[in-house]
Write a protein that binds this ligand. Structure first.
Ligand SMILES: C[S@@+](CC[C@H](N)C(=O)[O-])C[C@H]1O[C@@H](n2cnc3c(N)ncnc32)[C@H](O)[C@@H]1O
Length: 433
């Protein structure tokens, strides 16, 4: 397919996603099945175009003063890919399979319109109903924060120190141009190009042997900020597929006891294979059976309970731009209840002097600081550990991290704009009574 034909395919797909209200991933898969002649390069390029339009869904329409699929694609090419009008016109030439030539109105919009007067929700490409929520945490910076939350994310990896070290893996992945991440001592980063093609990390020997895992640097830092130590009893209560569990296991260096569970047994399925690949021998995965509590035998013995709480995932919008447009206020209400519930579940497990690490991958204050404030008001036996103390686990990076991340009395908030990571909130609560 020519680059122009890929543009036509992307316009068709955006139209389908809008009109049939189907998730983008499903529409892309169905398009691939119906167009078997398209090669993998074409598919990746078309997917890249569609995802980038979703990143710039509101601002592209504002720029072009039109909300058609075609206008959004043209607006995205300018805003996200900085394409000049002449380059665009060369592809929009009306030839077979290419989109129709640019109209006068389109050329005028590209020349004269800008996002200068756009409201924050449009400039930052987020649903209008979230404006007051984002204003509460970011104030006048909300458009700038949201633009970074809409931008393409790199692929981050965590070196598994149970099996290797960063220098060795860096050498083994030199052909993928992996670079150390700025904060995590075990992080590696691979920049991804616009064609949405992933570099096939799962086929690398180091991945197969468990020396490296895919994990955003924000998630790595969230695990580090829990300060899990060798010899401790650590419970990962919302373990899911085990992203945090694996990082905690490496921090514990195979010493102590790591218990991983989740209320949804299906979420736990991948954890077994991942733990075995990573060479973790001190983890006990507890799959729930019916209504029986898989942690019934544990009473006030945990040094640390990690709550990687269910949340709206606003911090991961850059990895899933479709999700933010599909998010509804009701989803936030449900998550707030779930979070209060997991916090309650942690209480009887923690020993005196032990701690809860409350983590979300959301930037919304209701899920973060407000949730923690409500918890400590109800449970005076817990106190927030001052964030400046918790950052000391980052050693030589602690001061720089404290400058970059947002600090509140309840904890740390990382954001794509500030720390170059997904958005993550981390609060450490110690049992003081
Ligand atoms: C953010 S995800 C966990 C991601 C995982 N820790 C990782 O790093 O890959 C949140 C998890 O919390 C689980 N969950 C929701 N409510 C829960 C509850 N009341 N108790 C335990 N787990 C719960 C969900 O099933 C989901 O797997």
């Amino acid at each position: 397919m020519t680059p122009a034909a890929r543009l036509s395919a992307a316009i068709e797909l955006i139209d389908t996603i809008e009109k049939d209200r189907v998730p983008a991933a499903k529409a892309l898969k169905e398009w691939g099945t119906a167009h078997r002649y398209a090669g993998s390069g074409d598919r990746a390029a078309i997917a890249g175009l569609v995802w980038d339009v979703l990143r710039r869904y509101a601002s592209s329409a504002f720029l072009m003063d039109s909300d058609t699929a075609r206008a959004r694609l043209i607006g995205m090419l300018r805003l996200e890919r900085s394409m000049d009008t002449a380059t665009m016109a060369a592809m929009f030439d009306g030839s077979r399979f290419a989109p129709e030539p640019l109209t006068e109105a389109e050329e005028a919009a590209l020349s004269h319109r800008s996002l200068k007067d756009a409201p924050a929700a449009i400039a930052g490409d987020y649903p209008e109903w979230l404006d007051s929520h984002l204003a509460k945490v970011f104030g006048e910076d909300r458009a700038a924060e949201a633009i970074a939350m809409a931008s393409r994310a790199p692929l981050d990896l965590r070196v598994n120190t149970l099996k290797s070290n960063r220098d060795k893996v860096l050498k083994a992945l030199a052909h993928l141009h992996a670079k150390p991440t700025p904060w995590s001592p075990n992080g590696l980063r691979i920049a991804l190009s616009a064609d949405a093609r992933n570099p096939g990390i799962q086929a690398e020997e180091d991945f197969i042997k468990g020396a490296v895992e895919v994990q955003d640097e924000g998630s790595q830092l969230a695990a580090l900020l829990t300060a899990a130590k060798p010899g401790e009893q650590v419970i990962d209560l919302c373990a899911g597929a085990g992203g945090k569990t694996l990082a905690l296991a490496a921090m514990m260096q195979g010493k102590g006891r790591l218990i991983a569970t989740d209320s949804d047994k299906r979420q736990l399925v991948p954890i077994h294979e991942r733990l075995s690949r990573a060479g973790v021998h001190n983890a006990d995965v507890r799959t729930p059976k019916g209504d029986t509590d898989p942690l019934a035998d544990i009473s006030a013995t945990a040094d640390l309970v990690v709550l990687d709480a269910p949340c709206t995932g606003t911090g991961t919008w850059r990895r899933n731009p479709d999700a933010k447009w599909r998010m509804r206020p009701g989803a936030l209400e449900i998550r707030l209840k779930d979070q209060a519930e997991v916090l309650e579940r942690a209480v009887p497990l923690v020993k005196a002097g032990g701690r809860i690490a409350y983590i979300t991958c959301s930037v919304l204050p209701e899920e973060n600081g407000e949730q923690v404030r409500a918890f400590v008001a109800k449970h005076p036996e817990f106190a927030v550990v001052p964030p400046e103390q918790t950052a000391s686990v980052l050693w030589d990076k602690a001061d720089e991290f404290a400058e970059a991340a947002m600090q509140s009395p309840e904890g740390w908030l990382m954001t794509p704009r500030r720390t170059g990571t997904d958005g993550f909130f981390v609060s450490i609560l110690r049992r003081v009574g």
